[in-house]
Design a protein around this ligand. Structure first.
Ligand code: NAP
Length: 258
């Protein structure tokens, strides 16, 4: 029985777990951080909560006899990706980073790329007064000091303080449709969008809607992928990598006795 650990919290992590569910001789464990109160659970075994840094993760890989790791975490979850790279290097367990490509600009886009949420907050007051913050709940504190703009934030669970003084929250979970995003931007009279370069079809409609309405978009650039591990852009790529890993490590045929 071989054991695969999927570091999840994304659509890709769930899709990969579902694709491998029920395969003979393969145990798949998905790991979630535990940030969302009621997460969408992947198929198969699931564990929830941090490992305790790279050392904790390395110890887990050894104790649970993990044969391969797929880091299918969100492109902005830089801490766990770094930990996975360190733990894989320390244990010799093969690691793949499953990272969807970022958003691609199209004609008509008015994008303002920035390196961080802090830089987004600095730029924002020059671009608009009614802001749609589509960055998840964890980064909202970076905008808490801005008392000029009105903020509409969307997240799965309610954000914790600090939040900006003129602040409204919309609790919702994707995928979102183009019609829905268009209506949302219009109804709330949004004049600037802030988003991370998460990539993925499920979150792209807000960018199309912003383009149609001619709105500026402050787009936070991704942290780099840790060096060393191969990267696959999608679940089929991850499945191909797993096949290669299996072939490399297939036990040799026992020698035939004369
Ligand atoms: P992070 O800053 O990279 O990680 C912080 C710590 O959380 C890690 O050191 C680790 O704790 C724990 N952790 C993170 N992901 C984990 C996982 N899949 N399984 C077990 N422990 C995990 O992570 P984050 O940005 O807070 O994101 C947390 C989770 O939410 C990730 O799994 C990610 O896929 C998902 N997510 C993040 C975003 C985002 O914008 N950041 C968006 C959507 C989904 P220990 O050091 O104790 O092991």
């Amino acid at each position: 029985m071989r054991h695969l650990l999927i570091l999840g919290g994304t659509t890709e992590g769930r899709t990969l777990a579902a694709a491998l569910d029920g395969r003979p001789s393969l145990r798949v464990t998905s790991s979630l951080a535990g940030r969302v109160a009621q997460p969408r659970l992947p198929a198969g075994e699931v564990r929830i909560g941090g490992f305790g840094g790279p050392e904790g993760l390395a110890a887990w890989l050894r104790t649970e006899r993990v044969d391969a790791v797929v880091d299918a975490t969100h492109p902005f979850a830089a801490g766990i990706s770094q930990n996975a790279a360190l733990a894989a290097a320390a244990t010799g367990v093969p690691l793949l980073v499953l990272r969807r490509p970022g958003f691609t600009p199209a004609p008509g886009d008015r994008w303002h790329p920035v390196p961080s949420l802090a830089a987004a907050a600095e730029l924002l007051p020059r671009l608009g007064e009614r802001v749609f913050l589509s960055i998840g709940r964890q980064g909202i504190a970076a905008f808490a000091h801005l008392d000029g703009p009105h903020f509409l934030a969307r997240s799965v669970d309610p954000p914790e303080p600090p939040v900006p003084p003129r602040f409204e929250v919309l609790l919702d979970r994707g995928p979102f449709t183009l019609d829905g995003e268009r209506a949302l931007l219009r109804e709330h009279r949004i004049d600037v969008l802030v988003t991370k370069d998460s990539g993925g079809a499920a979150t792209a409609p807000k960018l199309t809607a912003a383009r149609e309405l001619g709105l500026p978009v402050v787009i936070v650039e991704r942290p780099p992928v840790p060096e060393g591990a191969p990267v696959a852009p999608d679940v089929p790529g991850a499945l191909r990598w797993l096949e290669q890993v299996e072939q490399l490590e297939e036990p040799e045929e026992p020698e035939q006795l004369p």
